[in-house]
Design a protein around this ligand. Structure first.
Ligand code: CUA
Length: 219
């Protein structure tokens, strides 16, 4: 989970989030290189008093600085597309979790196991234990096995919600009348916190998600 002064991405707990972080760093590096180059040129030009009276046009340099940015953009576009299709790839899931967004809580269904269903509400601040996280902990956690491919189906009962777990790289909108699908693979045990990330109403900030990842034989 995110802790104080954590401005970057959270530590990844799934292979897809790892790829997302790699892509973020890759894009950021290109961004920094362009910013430094352009910043340097602007700085040097600003303090330069010389001009060339005969220079009116330069076909070659204009060709270069038109085509070069297009090529640089391709180096971002292709990895981005690769990741986009990778995120939607469903790879023989060993279980399915259904998640339904309500105003303002999540309800879950484990349809593989005799129709287990439960609601997951945020624990109010005045009922919080000493080790609980304010506005983040829930009364019923989603317990999932680690090291297995999990499919999640997301929908909503009233307005649009979004089932989002940053550490797992999952973000799916729950839309009334639609069923959205994605999948993830948790590669370590632990608690993973998330929040709804669609502006779904007055108590939008109070419908967190907690995943408890456990070894398969404990699950
Ligand atoms: Cu549900 Cu925001």
């Amino acid at each position: 989970m995110s802790t104080w002064a954590n401005l970057g991405l959270q530590d990844s707990a799934s292979p897809l989030m790892e790829q997302l972080i790699f892509f973020h760093d890759h894009a950021l590096l290109i961004l920094v290189m362009i910013t430094v180059l352009v910043g340097y040129l602007m700085f040097m030009l600003f303090f330069n008093n010389y001009i060339n009276r005969f220079l009116l046009h330069g076909q070659l340099i204009e060709m270069i600085w038109t085509i070069l940015p297009a090529i640089i953009l391709l180096f971002i576009a292709f990895p981005s597309l690769r990741l986009l299709y990778l995120l939607d790839e469903i790879n023989e899931p060993s279980m399915t979790l259904k998640s339904i967004g309500h105003q303002w809580y999540w309800s879950y269904e484990y349809s593989d196991f005799n129709d287990i269903e439960f609601d997951s509400y945020m624990i109010p601040t005045n009922e919080l234990m000493n080790d609980g996280f304010r506005l983040l902990d829930v009364d019923n956690r989603v317990i999932l096995p680690m090291n297995s491919q999990i499919r999640i189906l997301v929908t909503a009962a009233d307005v649009i919600h979004s089932w989002t777990i940053p550490a797992l790289g999952v973000k799916v909108d729950g839309t009334p009348g639609r069923l959205n699908q994605t999948n993830f693979f948790i590669n370590r045990p632990g608690l993973f916190y998330g929040q709804c990330s669609e502006i779904c109403g007055a108590n939008h900030s109070f419908m967190p998600i907690v995943i408890e990842s456990v070894p398969v034989n404990y699950f």
